[in-house]
Design a binder for this molecule. Structure first.
Ligand SMILES: N[C@@H](CCC[C@H](N)C(=O)O)C(=O)O
Length: 269
């Protein structure tokens, strides 16, 4: 069976989008998603995105990481599919209901309300049973934020100096995190600008992570390190994040379509 796909990206965080809103697809599983995402033998992407009909929203978005695992949220993909949809949309995800508005060259998304602190992300054991503060070498005292997916955030003097390719997988796979975790290292440049690098769960170092930008910005806002609207500068470019206590997060930034193609489902099934 020949399946059409759309290759998209948000600040270089790239996606294969399968659109099953009108035409059903065969069942997707972890192994098929991993095969399609493979950069050597598949189409190649950080995340595979599956669009389906929804009873409660304009459509449902399902998200599969590069390693095939299904997860609850992806900020950059939300902007990309909002552009694809072409008009204001409500989007059902496993991480919550989102509302997106396309605007020239990108989209603005209501990413929902964040949850904070250690009860916001799945842990193997309660944090207060630990006798030592949590940290990994130069990365100490993480904050925890859930924006539909779990993030830990470290503020450091220079995020570019952190060996995230080595510490990222160590923290992601630490037994403390039973469903693993996204790892953010951030530097506060001034009250309106944060520099950020992200080691993504199931995808590794990416050029940008929308949910990482939201989680890091709201954590910094809550600690009163920055104002309520900030630019988050990622290796792939900038995102604008706005939030106030008790409100939902607004993320605004670019997204693009790269190309379209088709593939043989049986090659991956
Ligand atoms: N690239 C994404 C996040 C994708 C999911 C994440 N790796 C997870 O496992 O939770 C974004 O732009 O938010």
């Amino acid at each position: 069976m020949r399946i059409p796909f759309i290759k998209m990206h948000g600040l270089g965080n790239d996606f294969v989008v399968l659109d099953a809103r009108e035409n059903d697809l065969p069942d997707l599983n972890e192994s098929i998603a991993r095969g399609i995402a493979d950069r050597h033998t598949g189409i190649g992407c950080d995340q595979l995105i599956l669009l389906q009909p929804s009873d409660s929203a304009d459509f449902r978005m399902r998200i599969y990481n590069h390693d095939g695992g299904e997860v609850g949220a992806c900020g950059n993909a939300t902007r990309a599919v909002a552009m694809l949809h072409g008009s204001n949309a409500t989007i059902e995800t496993d991480g919550g209901m989102l509302a997106a508005s396309p605007r020239d060259g990108g989209a603005s998304v209501d990413m929902g309300a964040p949850r904070f602190d250690w009860d916001a992300i799945p842990l193997a054991y309660p944090m207060d049973t630990l006798s030592m503060p949590v940290g990994w070498e130069m990365l100490q005292n993480p904050g925890a934020v859930n924006v539909g997916n779990p993030h830990v955030i470290f503020f450091v003097d220079d995020c570019d100096a952190v060996p995230l390719d080595r510490l990222g997988p160590e923290i992601e796979n630490d037994p403390l995190f039973p469903v693993r975790v996204n790892v953010n290292v951030a530097t506060i440049e001034d009250r309106s600008r944060i520099r950020l690098r992200v080691w993504e769960r199931g995808a590794g170092l990416t050029k940008a992570c929308g949910t990482g930008a939201c989680a890091t910005a709201v954590h910094a806002m809550r600690r009163r390190l920055v104002d309520s609207e900030v630019t988050v500068a990622l290796p792939g470019g900038d995102l604008q994040i706005a939030w106030s206590e008790g409100e939902t997060i607004r993320m605004t930034g670019p997204a693009s379509e790269s190309f379209r193609g088709s593939f043989e489902w049986d090659d991956y099934a």
